[in-house]
Design a protein around this ligand. Sequence first.
Ligand SMILES: Cc1ncc(COP(=O)(O)O)c(C=O)c1O
Length: 376
Amino acid sequence: MRVPFFDLRVQDSELKKELLTAFEKVLTHGRLFLGPEVDELESRVANYIGTKYAVGVDSGSSALYLALKVAGIKRGNEVITTPLTWIISSNAIRSCGAVPVFADVREDFNLDPSSVQSNITSKTKAIVPVHYAGHMCDMERIGEVAKKNNLLVIEDAAQAFGASLNGRLAGSFSIAAGFSMNPMKSLGGYGEGGVVVTNEEALYHRLKQYRHAGTTSDPKKLITNDCRVIALNHKMDTINAALLLVAMDRLDKRKQTRESIARRYNEELPRSVQHQRISKGEVHGRYVYVVRTNYRDQLKLFLEANGVETKIMHEPLVCDARAYRKYRVDVPVARKVLDTSLVIPSHEKLTSEQISYVITLFHEFESQADYESATF
Ligand SMILES: Cc1ncc(COP(=O)(O)O)c(C=O)c1O
């Protein structure tokens, strides 16, 4: 049996019909740039996350970059973040001219607040927590560290749309936060896309300027070159916004399906395989399902030989990537977590048989491999 890591084809005929209708509507009204669907998506996202404002942009990368930029991150600043993330978390910081400082993570893959505390210097301006795989960081402790040291928090919530902690949604713990809406994400569109959320009116206006070449749009389209700040084009396509609105209608169902797959894995995978523990009061965003085992490489080979696609997510650590070698630091937990982790298929298109098959393979591997209890 083949079990793909993701399957981005649209095979549900109802969904395809809705997407084509949304697409046709945009073609008919013709407002392909910042059309009404972008406004509608922004207000629905702001409502959902519980922030005053949301601004649609062309990718999650732009979302994080613009969140940092409008929060005032610039050359001379240090920004503390995790090395166990997609490279964009740091590229966005560097693109603002600031320097990423890598704190270590906890065994749950997320930034360790005490390591954040010990990396603070007089140049530190902000903390960028990343909710790995959709698992919420310890935002209470991170918030305390930020408050005590007068630092900004800017969440890279790319992997965590819909995740929450004690009723507060990912993205609402920051002065500004970025989400990715690429097709793999929990709220996934049909191309590249992202959203920045904020409660600050001034930042909201700056975001709108920064996404549109630093200009303030003249409704009459006469003064188009009145550039206030230097910026490129980060606008969200109306077509993608229209398709994202369709995806948003199905978000709860998609999340429920991913959650029930995660529950089956939690309950039915061998106990020697560890999974991300959920904190009290947390709803996991369920971007992907990650396991940890000391036999990671053998397990990966075994699963792949039996048709199950897997991924080692975020290798190498950002501080080991060539562009960041001068910022390399000792992050022993992040290294250990990366070396023992494996992401397995958990998307909503998996059949019950495919999930059972993956679980059976784990048990088969364990019985063949003289598997000892993994200790971390
Ligand atoms: C942690 C993190 N930050 C930023 C991004 C960038 O998002 P995008 O691919 O939409 O540009 C991603 C994408 O996967 C991500 O995982």
